[in-house]
Design a protein around this ligand. Structure first.
Ligand SMILES: [Zn+2]
Ligand SMILES: [Zn+2]
Length: 114
């Protein structure tokens, strides 16, 4: 087992995933956990078998595995169109179609105007 270490938002794939995700990959499989941008609640995607164990750890296969993991994980997150955060169902207001942070912000602004 490799200790989980948080990855900094990569420059290349910045706006595709949740801001925080962890790579818990082992020698045998790729494992990624994505965290809600608001509360940090993690969703762990199914492990993806590593085909080429001797190959580069961070190669094309790695990126493909990450994409596959996110493809599964994104079903458990909602993208806020206002702040483009990826948030869990608890932090997303379906009725207004944006995250709770933006919704709270909107309410605050609305009450200030009164
Ligand atoms: Zn959340
Ligand atoms: Zn938002």
């Amino acid at each position: 087992m490799v200790a989980a270490r948080p990855l900094r938002a990569g420059r290349k794939m910045r706006d595709t995933f949740t801001r925080k995700y962890t790579d818990e990959s082992t020698e045998d499989e790729y494992v990624f956990t994505f965290c809600c941008d608001i509360c940090g609640k993690p969703y762990r995607a199914s492990a993806v078998c590593r085909g080429n164990k001797k190959g580069l750890f961070r190669g094309r296969e790695y990126r493909r595995a990450l994409r596959a993991a996110w493809h599964e994980a994104e079903l458990h997150f909602n993208r806020c169109p206002c702040c483009s955060a990826w948030v869990c169902d608890d932090d997303f207001d379906m009725s207004v179609g944006r995250c709770k942070a933006c919704e709270d912000e909107g309410k605050k602004k609305g009450s200030e105007r009164d």
